[in-house]
Design a protein around this ligand. Structure first.
Ligand SMILES: C[C@H](O)[C@H](O)[C@H]1CNC2=NC(N)=NC(=O)C2=N1
Length: 174
């Protein structure tokens, strides 16, 4: 389904009801955009020209797209902050200029930590988009998500984070 979604160049935020029919193109620089930005993300929008969320409130229902575009560029901190409320458990990290999503868990034991990562790995493979996995001190897990192809954040990262949040990990945690 996603292949039908064209990637459009960044110049407007497109508010859509249903892809690709009823677009209202709003110049990013307009005061209208600044006022409606959060609502735009709620209703569905193109941020950084990569895709429209077609009014899905839940990013975990979206699919990651291949990061093959030569001109793929990371989203701005402003765009990241607009999407951040959709993955409230994650924090935005600026790692030497590379913006990433980061979340930590403490699991009951080492083997559950590896099982946790295996489940995340299977999800990542199915999405074709992969997190950085850290397991330290036997039971401290950290997952960092960013788009390596452009050295920053894209919608794929927020989608993967939202999908990870829906995995059934409660029984793994301390
Ligand atoms: C074509 C495919 O999208 C790329 O090989 C994927 C694989 N998984 C990936 N994962 C992440 N996090 N960033 C990437 O740039 C990336 N590229």
């Amino acid at each position: 389904m996603l292949s039908s979604r064209r990637l459009v160049p960044l110049s407007y935020v497109c508010i859509c009801g249903f892809w690709p029919s009823d677009f209202l193109q709003v110049p990013l620089r307009s005061s209208f955009f600044r006022r409606v930005a959060p609502a735009v993300v709620e209703r569905g929008a193109i941020l950084n020209g990569f895709r429209t969320f077609c009014s899905s409130k839940d990013l975990s229902l979206e699919k990651c797209v291949p990061c093959k575009r030569k001109d793929l560029s990371p989203m701005t901190e402003g765009s990241a902050n607009v999407l951040k409320p959709k993955v409230p458990e994650w924090e935005l990290l600026n790692d030497s200029g590379v913006m990433k999503l980061c979340r930590k868990w403490k699991v009951k034991n080492f083997l559950l930590g590896l099982e946790f990562f295996k489940i995340v790995a299977d999800l990542a493979e199915s999405e074709g988009h992969h997190p950085d996995l850290h397991l330290v001190g036997w039971n401290n897990l950290t997952i960092e998500i960013w788009t390596h192809a452009c050295g920053g954040l894209t919608e794929n990262d927020f989608i993967l984070a939202a999908k990870i949040d829906r995995l059934p990990f409660q029984s793994y945690l301390k």
